[in-house]
Design a binder for this molecule. Structure first.
Ligand code: ATP
Length: 299
């Protein structure tokens, strides 16, 4: 257990996770100035330091106990854990909370003309990838042998230039694959960003900071997924109206001045409100339907 009092959190310096991570921390009330170029950014209103590094360095920093917490993609985390196990280095961590950004999948993609007949058709082929350990694990779980060449960027061009038969790379929408004449044939790992924690015991001071920010992180995520809905509904159709609200909590029903037939309904919905739901509400006789974002939630 360290005696340091400032909680140290590792985050990606720049890249796909950095904006979402920074906005999460800011929405949790942390005042941080990340515009400067320093590796360690001070949070001015809480005893927290933010270490801004490359994504691939975050798992090791947390596993070695250099940082107390880290925000990183599960793909990077799992690859690092497998690699470290192989090397005999520390590979343990605590998954404190999954986060609702950075969603992607690690997939095997082949040239469009490749005749894919199931996993066995990948046996003996060579793949360009940044994730050799996850690829090897997939191959051994499926009883096939694969070869790989390690690439840290532009993986999708490898088949075209004759470097590999296929690729094993991260996909979110699939447009990059399509643009490079590739088709996704197997999803081998699904990933989002996660908040991870060192297995080393935190000092009481650090633990108490974590106890403060963790509910805030969860509150920010819940708020992001939730919407506040307000509408006017016919009094005699309240149960049908309530049944239409996705992931609803108990609605608040309020009288409307001068109206005996209508009431105001307020509800927090924890799922997406589709246009179809709003149209169905309207066809029940509801009006003034408002769907609003929620900034913070607790309890
Ligand atoms: P770094 O350059 O910081 O070492 P990186 O090369 O993995 O890391 P990015 O390309 O910014 O950097 O990706 C960071 C993370 O974003 C990925 O590890 C993954 O978890 C997530 N991600 C989400 N969607 C995608 C996608 N379509 N392609 C790549 N990564 C994605």
């Amino acid at each position: 257990m360290t005696t340091e009092t400032r909680l140290r959190i590792a985050m990606q310096k720049s890249g796909r996770l950095s904006d979402d991570t920074q906005s999460l921390l800011k929405r949790c009330g942390l005042k941080l100035n990340v515009s400067d170029r320093r590796l360690l950014a001070h949070v001015s209103n809480m005893p927290i330091d933010i270490m801004r590094v490359r994504s691939s360095d975050i798992p090791g920093l947390v596993m070695d106990g250099v940082c107390d917490l880290g925000i990183v993609g599960d793909n990077t985390l799992e690859e690092a854990a497998l690699e470290r196990q192989l090397m005999g280095s520390k590979s343990e961590y605590i998954k404190t909370s999954p986060l609702n950004f950075g969603g992607c999948r690690l997939s095997i993609a082949m040239p469009e003309e490749f005749n894919y007949q199931g996993v066995d058709s990948l046996n003996g082929l060579r793949f360009a990838t940044t994730y050799p350990q996850l690829l090897k694990r997939f191959a051994s779980q499926n009883g096939i042998n694969v070869d790989f060449c390690m690439l840290n960027g532009s993986v999708e061009v490898a088949p075209r230039v004759g470097l590999a038969d296929g690729i094993c790379d991260l996909v979110s929408t699939g447009t990059t694959l399509e643009a490079n004449g590739l088709k996704e044939v197997e999803i081998i790992f699904r990933s989002t960003a996660s908040l991870i924690q060192t297995v080393e015991q935190l000092s009481p001071k650090k633990q108490s900071i974590l106890n403060t920010i963790l509910p805030r992180i969860q509150g920010v995520m819940k708020a992001k997924e939730s919407k506040y809905i307000m509408l006017h509904a016919p009094k005699d159709r309240i149960s049908e109206v309530s049944a239409l609200m996705p992931g609803k909590e108990t609605p608040t029903i309020l009288p409307l001045a001068g109206r005996d037939d209508l009431v105001a309904v307020h509800v927090v919905a924890t799922e997406t409100i589709f246009w179809e739901t709003m149209e169905a509400l309207k066809s029940l006789g509801c009006n003034s339907i408002l769907v609003m974002p929620i900034e913070k939630m607790m309890g």
